[in-house]
Structure formats: structure tokens, C-alpha cells
Design a protein around this ligand. Structure first.
Ligand code: GTP
Ligand code: MG
Length: 396
């Protein structure tokens, strides 16, 4: 394993898997929510892993290559009217059990799902939330199925909730995860999911929230933050300890492991399936790019390298780390932007392989041109690049 691959793996390993419990009455929309936020199709057809009488565990893995167990979603069986007290006992037995297993196993956050269409929020709901709060677990109240409820009714329900004055920070988020369909047409667009993700990220410590950002599928723009971590780590490996440039020989080795970076970013955007298309477009490595630069076979890489390596520059060993880091950052930012644009597009259109290829070719060239002038000579450079990169996203 190359140094860069090791660094990337380290980031993934440092991302701790958060444990989220999704609780609510039967039919509230818990499984649908899991499916829409994390793309866990299984949740709707109920084939999760039973971990207790009431909880099923789902872990979105998106066919991922290296990540293991990115998030644990405990989908509770919906409890039914009249059997509430039994449920309550078992629910808290489960939460206590998890707590006793230690910090990483405990429930970190609860989505408490209330069907807005039921227009009910009862003593039992209040009791559960208060009890969860007493265990110091933050709760997000998800008002589900808001697409079929009037503003007035939503307002009334929220007022009831606000009057409960729950002790711990809580939020009420209006969501329509899967709006009602009439004649196969949804009556309106889904909403609230992105807000739910943002709030979840806000309430979790960073070591847990990164995994949310990486695995959710509703807030694509946010993924940039995690992508940057990969890029910065990869770039840092181009310099020795303390950002001392490394010898030229190892630059070639490092840049050829750039595939690891491409893979990590592709995974972040759940787009492993297009790696094979994008890799030849991007030109594989400096090594291959350099050889084909002469023949002009890879136009993008060739023109790019001419700019990056003024004649004679390559020969100086001191410049090697800078070249490698610049290359890695330019490629990393380009990949990220391309995957981001592709993901946004994929949400709204289904295309053939040829169209995808054309889109990627065009977008890759456009994005590459934006980042081509970047040079990384120090850690401070990385901070500045990061600021610009993430700032762009905010303004959008
Ligand atoms: N109109 C509308 N219907 C929804 C929405 N979300 C879910 N539903 C529907 O509500 C029903 C119940 O959804 P589920 O996700 O299975 O509910 P659940 O909370 O997992 O139910 P249990 O597994 O029985 O506890 C299904 O028919 C969904 O299609 C929504 O946002 N809007
Ligand atoms: Mg369910």
C-alpha cells in the first residue's frame, strides 16, 4: 500500500459510524425516510438485520470498496396503539444496552418520526422524548408526510410540541420523503430531507457527522467538505514530514497512487460505477501522462502538464513535492467538482453510457481549467485553497 493510500484509509477509519435510532408509530414513515436519505432500499422492504425484537439495523454501504459499516441506522418497529407501554419498556432496555456497550455503540441521536397527517402528538410521545433527553441523547422530531397536511394543521402540531418545552435541544423538521402520487405523478417534490441531514450533522460530533455527510444522498454540496479531507491528506503525503519536499523518484510513486484518491472521492458521491469511464478521461498518472504527452494522445493531460512543468523544472528534486502536491490537489478538486455535477445531474436524468461519457468529458475539461493554476508549496497554500473551494460552494 502506498503512503497516500494509507492516509486515505486512515481518514475513513477515523470516521466513526454514528448510531441513529429512528423511532415512531407504525406507518409514520420511518423506513421510507431511511431509504430516501441514505438510499437504503432495503429499509422499505424490511430486510434489515434484526438486533432486537423491535430494532432492525441498516447500514448503507453503497457497494463501497473500503468503508465498513459507515452508519448504523436502527429502525424501530412501529409501535401500535394500546401496546405502547410494552414498547416503551423494550425501547429503553435497548437504548440502555447500547449505552452499556460503550461510547461507540451507544445511540448518538434519535429521529422521532411523527406522522403529521395523524394530527396527533400525545402524552406517550412526550414521555419517550423526555426520557431520551434524560439520557443526554439529542432528538430531532421529524414531522413526516407533510405533503398531505395543511399549513394550518402543521402549525397547530408544532405549537403543541413547542409547549412541551423539552429540556434538551430538539428540532422539529417538516419532511415529505415520498410525496403522495396521483396517476403515478407525485403531487409535489420531496422536501425537508436536506434540512434533516444538516441538522443531524450539526447535532453530532464531527467524528460521527462526517459519516453522515459521506453517506447521505440528499445534500450533495456538503460532500465537498469530506472530499477536501481526502485531497488535503493525499497532498500532504507528497511532502515528507513537516512539508519537506521529497525526492523525485517517490513523486512518481505517489502520483501513480492517485487512483486511490479518485476511488475515495467516487465513493463519496456513490459513483463508483463511473470510475472506469472517468479514469481514462482524466489521464491515469503523471507517469503515463508524461509519456503520452509527447505523442499528444491524451490532450487534457498533455496541455495540463505543459503548464505545470516548465522546461527544466522537473529536473530539480526540491520542486518534486510541490509538483506532486499541486498535481494531486488539481486532480482532487477536479474529480470532486465533476462528481458533484454528475450526481446532481443523475438525480434528475437517466442517461445512456455514451451521453454520460460525453458529459464527463466536457465537465472534466471545464473543471480542470478552473483549478489548473493551483500550486501547492506549503501547508498555508492548502488552507487558502480549502477556503476558496468550500467558499465557492456556500455562495452557490
Ligand atoms: N404522502 C406521503 N406518504 C408517505 C411519506 N413517507 C412515507 N409514506 C407512506 O407511508 C406509509 C408507511 O411508510 P413506512 O416508511 O413503511 O412507515 P414505517 O414508519 O416504517 O412503518 P412501520 O415499519 O410499520 O413501523 C407507506 O405507504 C409510505 O409510502 C411521505 O412523505 N408522504
Ligand atoms: Mg418500517
Amino acid at each position: 500500500m502506498t503512503m497516500m493510500e494509507k492516509e486515505l484509509e486512515k481518514i475513513v477509519q477515523e470516521m466513526k459510524a454514528p448510531n441513529i435510532a429512528i423511532i415512531g408509530k407504525t406507518g409514520a414513515g420511518k423506513s421510507t425516510l431511511i431509504n430516501k436519505v441514505f438510499g437504503v432500499e432495503k429499509a422499505e422492504t424490511n430486510t434489515g438485520w434484526p438486533v432486537s425484537r423491535d430494532f432492525k439495523l441498516y447500514t448503507p454501504d453503497h457497494n463501497s470498496v473500503d468503508t465498513n459499516k459507515p452508519i448504523n441506522l436502527y429502525d424501530s418497529a412501529g409501535y401500535e396503539a394500546n401496546k405502547e407501554n410494552n414498547f416503551l419498556e423494550r425501547l429503553f432496555a435497548f437504548i440502555e444496552d447500547k449505552k452499556n456497550e460503550g461510547l461507540e455503540s451507544q445511540i448518538h441521536l434519535v429521529w422521532y418520526v411523527v406522522n403529521a397527517a395523524s394530527k396527533r402528538f400525545e402524552g406517550f410521545d412526550v414521555e419517550i422524548i423526555n426520557k431520551i433527553n434524560r439520557l443526554e441523547i439529542p432528538v430531532i422530531i421529524v414531522l413526516s408526510q407533510c405533503d398531505i397536511v395543511s399549513y394550518e394543521d402543521i402549525y397547530k402540531l408544532k405549537e403543541i410540541m413547542d409547549n412541551c418545552e423539552f429540556k434538551k435541544a430538539y428540532e422539529i423538521i417538516e419532511v415529505a420523503a415520498k410525496p403522495l402520487e396521483i396517476n403515478n405523478q407525485p403531487i409535489r417534490q420531496a422536501f425537508g430531507l436536506e434540512e434533516l441531514v444538516n441538522k443531524t450533522v450539526e447535532l453530532l460530533p464531527t467524528i460521527y457527522s462526517d459519516a453522515i455527510v459521506a453517506n447521505q444522498i440528499v445534500s450533495i454540496g456538503d460532500k465537498k467538505k469530506v472530499a477536501w479531507k481526502y485531497i488535503a491528506a493525499a497532498a500532504a503525503t507528497c511532502f515528507g514530514a513537516g512539508f519537506i519536499p521529497v525526492p523525485l523518484s517517490s513523486v512518481i510513486a505517489m502520483t501513480s497512487s492517485q487512483y486511490g484518491l479518485l476511488k475515495a472521492i467516487a465513493q463519496l458521491y456513490n459513483s463508483d460505477d463511473i470510475i472506469e469511464i472517468i479514469q481514462p478521461i482524466s489521464g491515469q498518472t503523471i507517469t503515463t501522462a508524461l509519456t503520452v504527452a509527447a505523442t499528444g494522445a491524451l490532450e487534457i493531460s498533455a496541455s495540463f502538464l505543459v503548464g505545470l512543468f516548465p522546461p527544466g523544472f522537473l529536473a530539480t528534486e526540491a520542486a518534486a513535492g510541490t509538483i506532486a502536491a499541486s498535481y494531486v490537489v488539481i486532480m482532487g478538486l477536479t474529480y470532486t467538482s465533476v462528481f458533484e455535477k454528475f450526481s446532481e445531474r443523475r438525480l434528475t436524468s437517466s442517461e445512456g453510457k455514451q451521453e454520460i461519457k460525453q458529459f464527463l468529458e466536457r465537465t472534466f475539461t471545464e473543471e480542470l481549467n478552473k483549478y489548473l493554476k493551483i500550486r501547492v508549496t506549503s501547508k498555508e497554500d492548502l488552507n487558502q485553497i480549502k477556503e476558496n473551494f468550500l467558499e465557492n460552494h456556500k455562495r452557490k
